[in-house]
Write a protein that binds this ligand. Structure first.
Ligand code: 5RP
Length: 218
């Protein structure tokens, strides 16, 4: 089983702060995500700046697209330089399909299905049919704040998505201690934001994530 990647989610409201977090953490990371909050506040400059500064890293535009899949993939991947872009699970199947077709015009382009709230395995099978390979299993920030914890239901769903052939990333207020809950599942990437960016020593926090990943996945 491959060792899961470590992905930083930049949900800063200031591009300068996001770039400072990234500067401190970059050497520990496999994937850098311009988070939804950053994309809203800094616009296209966020992905463009990350691409320019980190040409060898995988860059994600987490804009949770609901419509205009092809056009937004052209902008985010073709023009701004992202590798992967997220499409929200409530989007119609043609949005996944057209976004993926556009993304695949670029060497590392790909689309990730962002799973929030209500979605079904029947819908996931439809995404699969149109070629979507990646999914992000997400405990939302607001759900977390309302008291939703990781549990067996999440683990079973993630395992089932992996069995369907999805490369599944996991995110949502992840702490180092949470990672072992997912052992035995071929997780593509663990995505952490606040618990890396806001740590007293962000690089040490990232190393703790990576040590824990290696402990359970090697
Ligand atoms: C919110 C997101 C976040 O980027 C993701 O949840 C990771 O951030 P955190 O670890 O701070 O929860 O996609 O919609």
């Amino acid at each position: 089983m491959a060792i899961p990647l470590l992905q930083l989610a930049l949900d800063n409201t200031s591009l300068a702060e996001a770039l400072e977090s990234t500067r401190v953490l970059a050497s520990e990371l496999d994937v850098i995500e311009a988070g939804t909050v950053l994309c809203v506040t800094a616009g296209n400059q966020a992905v463009k700046a990350l691409r320019a500064l980190y040409p060898d890293k995988i860059i994600v535009a987490d804009i949770k697209v609901a419509d205009a899949g092809a056009l937004l993939a052209k902008v985010m991947i073709g023009e701004c330089g992202a590798d992967w872009m997220t499409v929200i699970c409530s989007a119609p199947v043609p949005t996944f399909e057209t976004a993926l077709k556009e993304a695949k015009k670029y060497p590392r382009g790909d689309i990730q299905a962002e799973l929030f709230g209500n979605w079904t395995f029947e819908e996931a099978a439809e995404w699969k049919k149109v070629g979507i390979k990646q999914a992000i299993y997400h405990r939302g920030r607001d759900a977390q704040a309302a008291g939703q914890t990781w549990g067996q239901v999440d683990i079973d769903k993630i395992a089932k998505l992996a069995e369907m052939g999805f490369e599944v990333s996991v995110t949502g207020g992840l702490e180092v201690e949470d990672l072992k809950l997912f052992k035995g599942i071929p997780v593509k990437a663990f995505i952490a934001g606040r618990n890396l960016r806001d740590a007293a020593d962000p690089a040490a926090a990232a190393r703790a994530f990576k040590d824990e990943i290696r402990k359970w996945w090697s």
